[in-house]
Design a protein around this ligand. Structure first.
Ligand SMILES: Cc1cc2nc3c(=O)[nH]c(=O)nc-3n(C[C@H](O)[C@H](O)[C@H](O)COP(=O)(O)OP(=O)(O)OC[C@H]3O[C@@H](n4cnc5c(N)ncnc54)[C@H](O)[C@@H]3O)c2cc1C
Length: 281
């Protein structure tokens, strides 16, 4: 289908984009990689009256670390994240997650900021960022603020971003823990039916810290807190499996044509077991 009519403006800076968004009002939308927004516009599920294209803002494309944390510009593409040596060393959970998004075309156009702002519960990077306790830096006309990932995602396609605000960067603490993202889908380039982000610290062969994020198990990315608590101190495969089964503690996930709620719970427990097993072996 053809999108509804809209105006188009190309922003030359973050300040210019904020100004254009303020002028456009509540029906203005930012355009980054366009790989979520344009399909919605073609289906007329989104009908912005003004598109503010921030895709040319090269100063929002970067990866920069100071040892304790890494900051990633919102326009950094999935491919650039997957390909980053610095991120691979400091935050392997992010690189392994980004490498599993869609296909090469999606990874070369889609951006981390667009993925976070879109807040699709089936998206991969938001789950990894939740497991890593990331912070999102948001610019508005009146100034900037920072929102923890745990407070950012409010429901399916709903977030703490207000009208006209721009997500400019993502800050990720560097923990030294090992990270693995395991995703189950029917075709290689599809969204996750269920995804699991595991960030696991070890000490003397046993798990000393665990953060487990879940994709597509609810209306937002979730943390499997009961699993996390049960994994600490564990070293053997049977104990990991017992801890993984506690994912049922999150309650019943949604069921749909891809998977029933019960099957999703089963998949999540298997993927947690495999992801943690990847770290321990
Ligand atoms: C065929 C296909 C397969 C895909 N497979 C996967 C997959 O397996 N896993 C996965 O996670 N994703 C997948 N995606 C989605 C892809 O990762 C998108 O690129 C991403 O979700 C959105 O990023 P974008 O830069 O394209 O954002 P856009 O489409 O440009 O924008 C998305 C939304 O975010 C807003 N926005 C964008 N940037 C900002 C910002 N900096 N500040 C505030 N608001 C902003 C826009 O206004 C819009 O509402 C797939 C997409 C396609 C088309």
């Amino acid at each position: 289908m053809i999108p509804a009519p809209f105006e188009y403006e190309r922003a030359t800076s973050v300040a210019h984009a904020l100004e254009l968004m303020a002028q456009g009002g509540e029906d203005a939308r930012l355009l980054a990689g366009g790989h979520s927004l344009l399909p919605l516009m073609r289906l007329r599920l989104a009908r912005p009256t003004l598109l503010v294209d921030i895709g040319g803002l090269d100063d929002l494309k970067y990866v920069s670390g100071n040892g304790d944390a890494i900051e990633i510009g919102a326009l950094t593409t999935h491919h650039e994240i997957a390909d980053s040596h610095e991120l691979g060393e400091a935050c392997p959970l992010l690189t392994t997650t980004a490498a599993q998004i869609g296909d090469p075309q999606v990874r070369h156009r889609g951006t981390i900021g667009g993925s976070v702002a879109h807040a699709d519960p089936a998206s991969d990077l938001p789950t990894a960022l939740l497991a890593m306790d990331a912070e999102f830096v948001i610019e508005a006309v009146g100034g900037s603020r920072s929102v923890a990932a745990a407070d950012f995602f409010e429901g399916p396609f709903m977030s703490a971003l207000g009208d006209g605000e721009i997500l400019t960067s993502i800050r990720v603490p560097v923990s030294g823990a090992s990270g693995v993202y395991r995703k189950f889908n029917r075709r290689a380039q599809d969204w996750a039916i269920v995804g699991v982000a595991a960030l696991i610290g070890t000490d003397g062969g046993a798990i000393s810290s665990a953060a487990i994020g879940l994709t597509n198990m609810g209306g937002t990315p979730l943390r499997a807190e009961a699993v996390e608590a049960s994994l600490v101190g564990v070293s053997g495969a049977d104990e990991v499996a017992a801890a993984a089964a506690q994912v049922a503690d999150i309650g019943m996930p949604p069921g749909d044509e891809q998977a029933s709620a019960e099957y999703r719970l089963h998949l999540a427990s298997v993927l947690i077991r495999r992801a943690v097993g990847d770290v321990l072996t």
